[in-house]
Design a protein around this ligand. Structure first.
Ligand SMILES: *Cc1c(COP(=O)(O)O)cnc(C)c1O
Length: 415
């Protein structure tokens, strides 16, 4: 029995079956490569779902975490600590002044940060913030079909995926869903008793689905006209994934009222953030919200190392360039299974003509590439922001064989 088979067997017996039993058991990583418990090597093109922004075992991350855990690992929110304050200040600076001629929030906008431990918690904070700021007369929230905001009860309530949501209803928040990317539907759904609009800049879990250009500006306008809060979920898109610090900073930057972050922020350490702008910066008063671990010194130090390294290694430009190379090379592959590639930066969906993404994922792993079958017909590619052009080409050169092996039987034998 292989070490992988043995570990999977133990997983099956000990863990709740929420994830099925994952096929690959990772033992260690270095840069964009990981090694499984049987010693097989893989190029990691999913980075723990857009989380391992610096790849694996990046010296800056290792140093930051090691030094901080040796100094003080945890304080609770009964005490102030430098990494948490510093991280909040850095995030505020980045939403106001992203640099490189990119427009951020107005320099005098009040921005404040609340730290949690995950994307769900960042969105839970956003929901409570909205509830307080909006008052009782605004009694519903609008969100988008196929959108994803997390698995805790509040975050799940605004998640537009019936398959994962419906079993757990009814929810305490009245949530109305509109088609994603459709400003007219949004306008029709939002009136002056709407508390908030929850939206992703691109729907990651739906298959890296992009809205028409100008959509976030349309959301901003609908919220300005109705007084609803614009809550932008950048849990997956934020912190460099798109080649910008934050996805909303592309295209002239529609600035939200509340911005949520998590995945890539800690580079693998659990941390989430909810940023409030303007009145939403100070809507929470003492005692209104809290969490024991949120933004603890180790997670905050890891996040500071991520932000520092994105800057010092030019990873925004790297995400834009290697992402464009990936798109160009995938688009050049001629295969009956390949419908196209979409997305921005290092956040891409490879669309297939048949619902065989799970097979392609399996064949890719056999070739030494970790990709994610995010929907039945879409592969999600979200590698570390540190990936090199050579590593991208390794994958695109293997892709024709991977696709050929994944072709449904009758087509594989057709002339
Ligand atoms: C992953 C994700 C979440 C949930 O984050 P967790 O850390 O899993 O709770 C929320 N919103 C978006 C857009 C996500 O991609």
């Amino acid at each position: 029995m292989s070490a992988t088979a043995e570990l999977r067997e133990r997983f099956r017996s000990a863990l709740m079956p929420t994830y099925g039993t994952p096929p690959v058991a990772i033992a260690r990583g270095d840069g964009c490569r990981v090694t499984d418990v049987d010693g097989n090597h893989y190029l990691d093109l999913i980075a723990g779902i857009a989380v391992s922004a610096l790849g694996h075992a990046h010296p800056a991350l290792v140093r930051a975490v090691r030094d901080q855990v040796a100094a003080v690992a945890h304080t609770s929110n009964l005490f102030v600590h430098e990494p948490g304050v510093e991280l909040a200040e850095r995030l505020i600076r980045l939403v106001r002044d992203p640099g490189a001629g990119v427009t951020g929030a107005a320099p005098d906008t009040d921005v404040r940060v609340f730290f949690g431990n995950s994307g769900s918690e960042a969105n839970e904070a956003a929901l409570k913030l909205v509830r307080l700021a909006a008052g009782p007369s605004r009694d519903y929230v609008v969100s988008t079909e196929s959108g994803f905001h997390g698995r805790t009860s509040g975050a799940l309530a605004v998640t537009g995926k019936p398959a994962i949501r419906d079993k757990f209803g009814p929810f305490t928040t009245d949530v109305r869903f509109v088609p994603y990317g459709d400003p007219a539907a949004l306008r029709a759904a939002v009136d002056d008793s709407c508390a908030a609009v929850f939206v992703e800049p691109t729907q990651g879990e739906a298959g890296v689905v992009q809205p028409p250009s100008g959509y976030l500006h349309a959301v901003r306008e609908v919220c300005d006209n109705s007084g609803a809060a614009f809550v932008l979920d950048e849990v997956q898109s934020g912190v460099g994934r798109t080649g910008h610090w934050f996805a909303h900073q592309a295209d002239g930057g529609a600035v939200p009222d509340i911005l949520t972050l998590a995945k890539g922020l800690g580079g693998g350490l659990p941390i989430g953030a909810c940023l409030g702008f303007g009145d939403y910066a100070t809507a929470f008063a003492k005692g209104d919200h809290g969490t024991t671990f949120g933004g603890n010194p180790v997670a905050a130090s890891a996040a500071l190392a991520v932000l520092d390294t994105i800057e010092s290694e030019g990873l925004l430009a790297n995400a834009a360039e290697t992402g464009a190379l990936l798109a160009e090379r995938v688009a050049a592959v001629d295969d009956p299974l390949l419908a196209g590639i979409h997305g921005t930066g290092l956040w891409r969906g490879i669309r297939l003509t048949r619902p065989v993404a799970a097979d392609v994922q399996e064949h890719a792993a056999a070739h030494g590439f970790l990709v994610n079958a995010v929907t039945p017909d879409t592969l999600r590619i979200a590698p570390p922001l540190t990936i090199s052009a050579e590593e991208i080409l390794e994958f695109t050169e293997a892709l024709p064989s991977i696709l050929a092996e994944s072709r449904p039987q009758e087509e594989g034998t057709a002339p």
